[in-house]
Design a protein around this ligand. Sequence first.
Ligand code: IPE
Ligand code: IPE
Ligand code: MG
Length: 239
Amino acid sequence: MELTQKDRKPPRHIAIIMDGNGRWAKKRGLPRNAGHAAGAEAFRRIANYARTIGVEYLTVYAFSTENWRRSEEEISGIMRLLGAYLREAIRDMAKNHVRFKFFGDLSRLSPELQKLCLDAQSQSAQYDGVQVNFCLNYGGRDELVMAAKAFAADVVNGKHAPEDLTEDLLSGYLYSADVPDPELIIRPSGELRTSNFLLWQSAYSEFVFMDVLWPDFSEKDLDKAIAEFHGRNRRFGGV
Ligand code: IPE
Ligand code: IPE
Ligand code: MG
């Protein structure tokens, strides 16, 4: 019997590697950016659904520190779509009650996009619907380097001694500082790797890899991933 959302509460925090846009476009003989546009639509659908079923945190991998290796044309297409999405999100905020956070080094984005990120974050801070953590120019290794530098600076300025460092203290320097670790990480597209996503936070996450390409990812696929999560035996190193 397939479980539906009526049967069980979803995990508090779900993270998704939104992968497969390029292959989706290729299959249709379309340019890669048409795949990214369809992927943005899938994100709108799934963020909305996550909110209605009561997910508290939805973290989505939108652009990695390695995605700069793509063509200028593809990158500028992705950035344009992000800008359009953020403008729309700011406009519809009062209706959707989504709270936005951004994980990643935003300094490499255009000043215009950086401003949209800051506006989306500050103007949505009071909303209590789902929190969407948008990973933009995000890399798990880059995040750990950023945190190590920030801690080192706090040692130099006398706020901490080196031996103060604990797992909890280090967690507080990450982009995800106030966010619980994701219980469930979903990767569509058939690839079986993390591609530098949430390296620290995924220590005990359950991974669900799915063959569907991200633009085709439906509400039913999210239900399926959650049902699979509920069937897992999480031991956290115990028995
Ligand atoms: C994910 O889809 C979107 C980004 C990485 C920006 P891809 O563009 O990686 O799609 P595939 O993996 O080539 O199909
Ligand atoms: C991971 O997908 C990054 C995002 C989905 C934003 P990639 O397509 O960049 O990962 P690889 O290259 O297949 O590992
Ligand atoms: Mg990919």
